[in-house]
Design a protein around this ligand. Structure first.
Ligand SMILES: C[S@@+](CC[C@H](N)C(=O)[O-])C[C@H]1O[C@@H](n2cnc3c(N)ncnc32)[C@H](O)[C@@H]1O
Length: 263
């Protein structure tokens, strides 16, 4: 495993990364893989692995993953997580990163992940939550995400608001996993293994602020697709207010729940 940065201030995130470094992943399935970021993190952080399959419902979203992972033992497939096209108990590990809140039928997706996981296999989840103790910059990040989720949903793109911590735990609680370990952290595992960790963790970091504002502006542009003039003008106003808040308080990712259990 690549070592976490020396100036790391989040012992929980480091503990989660250490736990990952004790796991042999075997055949790993990554649900809602997007641009494949979590596959790359697991490649760096697991003790070892045989291969990865990443699935996502959007062909457009997975194109970058196909390109950047083409030299690796990684297969990227367009597939709906609600009905996985694999035999039962096919994988040694299954995971889902920052995507539970995108699932329209979350319980079906989790049950499918469990079905394709071998007995004794690892179930790995990482997801942001919106409640509890969060800094002002994190609260700005959460409000921006809620706004984004509303705009996406109105455009027909499945995207829920950031979940509460107990909502995540309750959804996973239905699976009957054993040996559940939970790590609460303010730092994503992805960041732990990135050498730009320290500059990004500053909420007033220029690049982070510009990226967050660009994200809002992209979705302000998408508001033209909405037919309801009142909803459009409310969201327009809220989006402009969010840009001001981001400049004032900076923005940080919400707290993060990292869970590892076995089937
Ligand atoms: C936040 S992004 C993925 C983030 C990625 N896992 C990471 O850690 O960087 C959420 C993804 O969920 C995908 N998605 C939404 N509903 C899905 C479904 N039913 N089946 C598979 N993928 C889905 C979207 O296409 C999108 O790429």
């Amino acid at each position: 495993m690549k070592s976490p940065p020396e100036d790391l201030t989040d012992p929980e995130a480091e503990r989660a990364a250490k736990r990952l470094s004790s796991i042999s992943g075997g055949k790993v399935l990554d649900i809602a893989t997007g641009d494949g970021t979590f596959i790359q993190t697991l490649m760096k952080s697991l003790k070892d692995y045989e291969s990865f399959v990443g699935i996502d419902i959007s062909e457009e979203n997975i194109e970058p993953a196909r390109e950047k992972l083409k030299e690796e033992p990684v297969e990227i497939l367009e597939m709906n997580a609600e009905s996985l096209e694999f035999e039962k108990e096919h994988f040694d590990s299954v995971c889902i990163s920052y995507s539970l809140h995108h699932m329209v039928r979350l319980n079906e997706v989790l049950a499918e992940m469990n079905r394709v996981l071998k007995p004794g296999g690892h179930f790995i989840v990482t997801e942001s939550y919106c409640d509890g103790d969060q800094t002002e910059a994190q609260r700005t990040g959460i409000l921006s995400h809620h706004w984004d989720a509303e705009v996406d949903s109105l455009r027909g793109v499945p995207h829920g608001k950031t979940l509460k911590r107990d909502e995540i735990k309750d959804a996973l609680g239905n699976l009957g996993l054993a040996d559940i370990e939970i790590f609460d952290s303010t730092q994503s595992i992805n960041c732990l293994l990135c050498n730009r960790w320290s500059e990004c963790s500053d909420p007033m970091n220029e690049e982070g602020i510009e990226k967050a504002i660009k994200g809002i502006e992209r979705n302000l542009g998408n508001l033209e697709e909405l037919e309801e003039p009142e909803t459009r003008s409310r969201l327009m106003k809220e989006g402009e207010e969010l840009k001001k808040s981001i400049r004032k308080t900076g923005t940080s990712p919400a707290c993060n729940l990292f869970l590892i259990g076995t089937k």
